[in-house]
Write a protein that binds this ligand. Structure first.
Ligand code: HEM
Length: 373
């Protein structure tokens, strides 16, 4: 319901079909490899820029970085070259406007300013898609092998005829992809900056190459899942049959809507001893593999949900996080900015679509690492 007004009428009729295409399009191994390279390039560009600034706000800066990576990989180099900043502003506007009480509560035939503003932003988003897709048609040879997700949907017979719905699909997709990916990287930076002992223990000074050194790669990946503690997305499910709850005599009736909270699971000390501690090493198995936590009957790690509606962007998000954290921690020093470390990490901002950010943000200073000093 929340997203209804961000999409054009009719989109949700085809929503399942388009949502299904994300898994197929984004998780192709050639695509993921290319997304890793692009995320690495964007990380280096952003970090170089930030290292020349006095301080950078963590969540705000990571938000722009993640947006650039998602546009470049999912929409393609043409959307990135011509519209990356405009798309950021439009999505920010739409996100705040869909949450406006008038848009949430009033039917769409009631005229009001936030409704008109939302329609304007939605229309401009759609216009950008029309412009770019028309330009691609004129240069179809250039775009034939592009690994961006739009190109995949244009070439897949299940979604090729749905091009009119792509703008709505990408608004929904950007909402699903952006906030939580930003949260997971930004919280990792906060946690790592609060734990200088950790940097020494992980020995991050050895050289890193995205594809060549699997064990080192795991070290970066292990920094990230501890952000389970900031899981803000709830999972909605409907029971297909009565389910009796273990340890109680209550049975959830058939066709009930059940709300599952990854947040509570991720703070259960029976699963994660000392759940409030940031302990990346608990994610590394002795042989260097990542600990998956979930056995065949367990659902201990729900950061990306489970079952039919499980997040199709998990691999992509992990790649963005790994490339960014590797670039940051290998080549730069971080210290707290003008206001020092945030005093209260429990101030969570849930106003966005996805995992919470830190209310009021926190600033860090990033400087190139001087080797051999
Ligand atoms: C750290 C980053 C991310 C987190 C924590 C996250 C988490 C989640 C969760 C918990 C769900 C609901 C799963 C369920 O109900 O079982 C979900 C769904 C979804 N996510 Fe993600 N996500 C992230 C990144 C992404 C990215 C990068 C994309 C884009 C490719 C994406 C696209 C989606 C979509 C389209 C759905 C809806 C799936 C459906 O209903 O079938 N997510 N995500």
């Amino acid at each position: 319901m929340f997203l209804n007004k961000a999409a054009n009428p009719g989109y949700f009729t085809h929503g399942r079909n388009l949502l299904g295409s994300i898994n197929r399009g984004v998780n192709r191994s050639a695509a993921l490899q290319s997304y890793g390279r692009l995320a690495g390039e964007e990380a280096h560009k952003s970090l170089q820029h930030w290292s020349q600034m006095p301080d950078v706000e963590i969540f705000e800066s990571i938000s722009r970085f993640v947006h650039r990576v998602i546009v470049r990989c999912m929409m393609g180099e043409d959307f990135y070259d011509h519209h990356v900043d405009e798309l950021y502003d439009l999505l920010q506007q739409m996100e705040s406007l869909v949450g406006h009480p008038f848009n949430l509560l009033l039917p769409s035939w009631v005229p009001h300013l936030p409704g008109r503003q939302l329609a304007q932003a939605r229309n401009r988003f759609a216009e950008i898609f029309r412009e770019r897709l028309a330009a691609r048609q004129l240069e179809s040879d250039v775009w034939r092998d592009s690994l961006d997700y739009i190109n995949y949907t244009l070439n897949d017979p299940r979604t090729a005829q749905l091009a009119d719905y792509y703008p709505s699909h990408h608004v929904v997709l950007m909402f699903a992809a952006h906030t939580s990916t930003v949260a997971s990287i930004a919280w990792t930076i906060v946690e790592v900056s609060l734990s200088t002992w950790l940097l020494r223990k992980l020995d991050l000074t050895s050289s890193y190459s995205c594809s060549a050194i699997p064990y080192t790669k795991r070290k970066f990946e292990s920094l990230w899942p501890p952000c389970r503690r900031y899981s803000g997305v709830h999972m909605f499910r409907t029971t297909k049959q009565p389910v009796s709850l273990e340890g109680s005599d209550y049975t959830v009736p058939e066709k009930s809507v059940v709300l599952i909270s990854p947040y509570l699971t991720h703070h259960d000390p029976a699963i994660y001893p000392e759940p409030h501690e940031y302990q990346p090493h608990r994610w590394l198995l002795p042989d260097g593999r990542l600990n998956p936590w979930n056995g065949s009957k367990e659902a201990a790690f729900l950061q990306f949900g489970a079952g039919n509606h499980r997040c199709p962007g998990e691999n992509f998000a992990a790649i963005i996080a790994r490339e960014f954290l590797a670039a940051l921690l290998m080549k730069y020093e971080i210290e707290w900015g003008r206001d020092g470390a945030p005093a209260d990490l429990s101030r969570l901002d849930f106003t966005k679509v996805g995992s919470p950010w830190l209310e009021g943000d926190a600033a860090v200073r990033i400087r190139p690492r001087v080797f051999g000093s």
